[in-house]
Design a protein around this ligand. Structure first.
Ligand SMILES: Cc1ncc(COP(=O)(O)O)c(C=O)c1O
Length: 389
């Protein structure tokens, strides 16, 4: 009976075109990858600055292995804290212009641990309707009353805040929305937070290293470092490593160290991954040129998609959603593109709302114009064959 339920559940997922499968890479994460020995153009990586295969980061990892070995051997509060963890946390705090920072093993764990460690049933959380699953899960785990406001709608947020005053409160939002690629209205959110005495948390997973004059993310982009109380981010996307972090006041970080269960009850990140992030932050701050290239690629590609007649969501970030609508058709599009040598993910429910399935294109600074021209031709070819354009 129990196994039958699982079997039926999997079949139903498949029938709705929602089954997910692995595509195994046989080379480094870069504009060109090998899948089953075939050269494929990759347009769905979070390796925004192309650092995953960077020699400087590989050297940092190798040096750290020589110095520290491989595993960390313990949780951070037991025997798994190395001097290099401290260096990384200090460097994140400088990068994000905050007093302190704390590193988690993943961005997912940073969100879940921070929200559930900070808030409880006495709190109210105001959460954007398109927030990442790790924020949603953190809210659920916290036991706090969670009120979802319409996507990026400051007026709706304020109305809901007014109706729910009197309890300690947190406003939480993605900085750059992972499936839509738009930027949160951080100035408006900060005004509401300030006016009503709430904390503001921004998840800069997709903005860190990408937005802002120093690559510091949405707070840097808007010049609002002081107005965002909790700057969350990942080390796993533009920074090309693994891990997540929270930057903010020393008081916040000390509290999370003692309350975030996903931080406390998990083995620390290995020293070599930490060393990669230390070096990546240095590179990102020095290398403005890659950020500019990335933005130029994003502007060019968005314009070409629109010109070709695709339904593309507006924006400036390297996350470019092409709305197809139907889940099966989106999957079909993605599979046909793979046959043509282009990898673009089909994003379907439950990740996005029913009827808004999409090809989620993400660009890298290291894509050449030639790569992008070739990809565009294939997208137009398949789009034409399927009657989408
Ligand atoms: C907005 C957002 N927050 C958090 C995460 C989780 O980060 P990580 O992949 O480092 O666990 C992701 C990535 O998938 C994300 O897109």
């Amino acid at each position: 009976m129990t196994w039958k339920r699982i079997e039926d559940g999997l079949r139903a997922i498949n029938e709705r075109g929602l089954l997910r499968e692995f595509r195994y890479l046989e080379s480094a994460q870069a504009p060109h990858i090998l899948i089953r020995g075939k050269d494929i153009l990759l347009l769905s990586s979070n390796n925004y600055l192309g650092l995953c295969n960077d020699d400087r980061l590989k050297t940092a990892a190798k040096d750290a292995i020589d110095q520290y070995g491989v595993g960390s051997g313990g949780s951070r509060l037991a025997t798994g804290s190395y001097d290099i963890h401290r260096r990384l946390e200090q460097s994140i705090a400088r990068f994000k212009e905050t007093e302190a920072a704390i590193v988690f093993n993943t961005g997912y764990m940073a969100n879940v641990g921070t929200i559930s460690g900070l808030t409880d049933k006495d709190w109210v959380i105001f959460s954007d309707s398109l927030n990442h699953a790790s924020i949603v899960d953190g809210c659920r785990l916290s036991g706090a009353k969670t009120i979802v406001y319409s996507h990026a709608d400051v007026q709706d947020l304020e109305r809901k805040v007014k109706e729910n005053q009197g309890a300690p409160g947190l406003i939480v939002t993605d900085g750059v929305f992972s499936m839509d690629g738009d930027i949160a209205p951080v100035p408006g959110l900060a005004d509401v937070a300030h006016h009503y005495g709430l904390l503001l948390m921004v998840d800069d997973a997709h903005a860190t290293g990408v937005l802002g004059s120093h690559g510091g993310g949405t707070s840097d982009y808007f010049g609002l470092q002081d107005a965002v109380d909790i700057q969350m981010g990942t080390l796993s996307k533009a920074l090309a490593g693994e891990g997540g972090f929270v930057a903010g006041k020393q008081l916040l970080i000390d509290y999370l160290k003692n309350s975030a269960r996903s931080f406390i009850f998990s083995t620390a990140l290995s020293p070599q991954m930490v060393a990669v992030s230390v070096r990546a932050i240095e590179i990102i701050q020095e290398d403005k040129a890659s950020r500019i290239l990335l933005m130029e690629n994003a502007i060019w590609f968005r314009a070409k998609l629109k010109e070709a007649g695709f339904h593309v969501m507006d924006g400036i970030t390297p996350i470019i959603p092409v709305i197809i609508g139907d889940a099966l058709q989106t999957l079909h599009f993605s599979l046909k593109l793979l046959d043509e040598g282009v990898q673009i993910s089909a994003v379907r429910p439950p990740v996005v709302a029913t009827g808004t399935s999409r090809l989620r294109i993400t660009l890298m600074a290291t894509h050449t114009r030639n790569d992008l021209t070739q990809a565009m031709e294939k997208i137009k070819l398949v789009g034409g064959q399927m009657g989408i354009i």
